[in-house]
Design a protein around this ligand. Structure first.
Ligand SMILES: Cc1cc2nc3c(=O)[nH]c(=O)nc-3n(C[C@H](O)[C@H](O)[C@H](O)COP(=O)(O)O)c2cc1C
Length: 177
């Protein structure tokens, strides 16, 4: 084998070895966090919590009203956490609760904050009945140059006991063998 081919193969090997996964999630009451932690256990990589500068009220009805107003205003709530080097990741698992039929507005802020061209985005959500809603369409619009895999929807009440569904989904979308 000549030196050129050998060094190309070595470089390709290094690129594959360096490919990294990040599980980024936003969670108001902990359900999505529970699912994110189970996914990270299965796929490895880093885990990252998307947080807002102004936290949402712990009171459910207040949070629901604030979130509705933010959606109507197409708001971009400021985030207090930042992924320091997004370039190192090739796969982003993105977790969120379904809020008013789609991703919470802080996820709009998050998706507009980085360049996802060429990356794989894998959505997952927890919900109270609307499953993924319009969220996959909205993610596709916000990260048009990423490759979007089919998302997972887990009912909030099942979030702590979702490993079986998670494993089946990861196999279906080709992440796990
Ligand atoms: C502001 C707000 C809006 C919500 N809107 C919906 C909705 O449109 N459809 C739905 O199925 N569940 C809705 N829910 C329920 C959450 O999606 C569900 O409880 C989820 O598991 C919460 O995840 P978390 O614990 O990670 O915050 C809403 C909850 C909140 C707080």
């Amino acid at each position: 084998m000549n030196t050129f081919i050998l060094s190309t193969l070595l470089l390709l090997g290094a690129a594959t070895a360096n490919a990294k996964t990040i599980v980024a999630y936003f969670s108001h009451s902990g359900n999505t966090r529970a699912v994110a932690e189970q996914i990270q256990k299965s796929v490895g990589g880093d885990i990252f919590e998307i947080k807002t500068v102004v936290p949402y009220s712990k009171d459910y009805n207040t949070a629901v009203e604030v979130a509705k107003k933010e959606q109507q205003a197409n708001a971009r709530p400021e985030l207090s956490t930042k992924v320091s080097n997004m370039e190192q990741y090739d796969t982003l698992f993105l977790g969120y609760p379904n809020w008013w039929g789609t991703i919470p507005m802080p996820l709009f802020t998050f998706l507009e904050s980085y360049d996802f061209a060429g990356k794989v985005i894998v959505p997952f959500c927890t919900h109270g009945g609307s499953a993924l809603g319009r969220s996959e369409d909205d993610i596709a619009k916000l990260a048009p140059k990423a490759k979007l895999l089919n998302g997972l929807a887990i009912r909030g009440g099942s979030a702590n006991n979702a490993q079986k569904d998670i494993t089946a989904w990861l196999k279906k979308i080709g992440i796990l063998k």
